[in-house]
Design a protein around this ligand. Structure first.
Ligand SMILES: Cc1cc2nc3c(=O)[nH]c(=O)nc-3n(C[C@H](O)[C@H](O)[C@H](O)COP(=O)(O)O)c2cc1C
Length: 173
């Protein structure tokens, strides 16, 4: 099972639309997948699930989306030159055992021109610290508002080819 994580809690985010589009690409290749939206986290998750504390609601989310997955695709927007703080908070609340030895692919999303290049490097450092393996191809989707249409689809041929290439090789990684 591949869990695609939309790494922001911003409602109506373009990142979530990219995550859903990615899910469609995986499904069209018969690859089992699910999308995790950080908007679904309990509002107080960071305080009620850290430093030994835990709630049943948070534990069942972690079980469904993290423990049950053998691979992750993290689709991350660029916020202030990095990945969103809510994703780091989420990672700080889960055990490193749930992530180590697993495989991770990264996709960057930004309204600017860097496609979250720096955030993807920061995420690579985070996952390597946790002993997860990060796949080398990391598509960077710049000027995302020009790439995702009103139906949530990406039509740009070069962008779709980048994502397809990542998928084709990541499923064998
Ligand atoms: C708090 C915040 C910080 C942002 N910082 C950047 C940035 O540093 N560079 C950039 O290109 N876009 C930045 N953006 C714009 C996002 O890249 C843009 O909203 C894009 O649609 C992806 O984010 P989304 O998934 O929330 O829609 C920022 C957006 C927010 C909400």
């Amino acid at each position: 099972m591949i869990t695609i994580i939309s790494a922001t809690n911003r409602k109506e985010s373009l990142t979530f639309k990219v995550a859903q589009f990615y899910s469609k690409l995986l499904t069209s290749k018969n690859v089992p997948n699910q999308v995790m939206d950080l908007c679904d986290l309990p509002n107080d998750f960071m305080f009620s699930n850290s430093f030994g504390a835990s709630t049943n609601e948070f534990s069942s989310i972690v079980s469904k989306y993290i423990v049950s997955a053998d691979k992750f695709v993290v689709v991350s927007p660029e916020y202030h030159g990095s990945y969103p703080g809510v994703f780091k908070s989420f990672m700080d609340c889960i055990g490193s055992d749930d992530v180590c030895t697993k495989k991770v692919a990264l996709v960057g999303v930004a309204s600017g021109r860097a496609g979250n290049l720096r955030g993807l490097e920061h995420l690579t450092s985070l996952f390597h610290h946790l002993k997860a393996e990060v796949f080398s191809a990391k598509p960077k989707l710049s000027e995302i508002h020009n790439l995702v249409n009103n139906q949530g689809e990406i039509e740009n041929i070069e962008t779709v080819a980048l994502l397809q290439d990542q998928i084709n090789r990541f499923v064998k990684f």
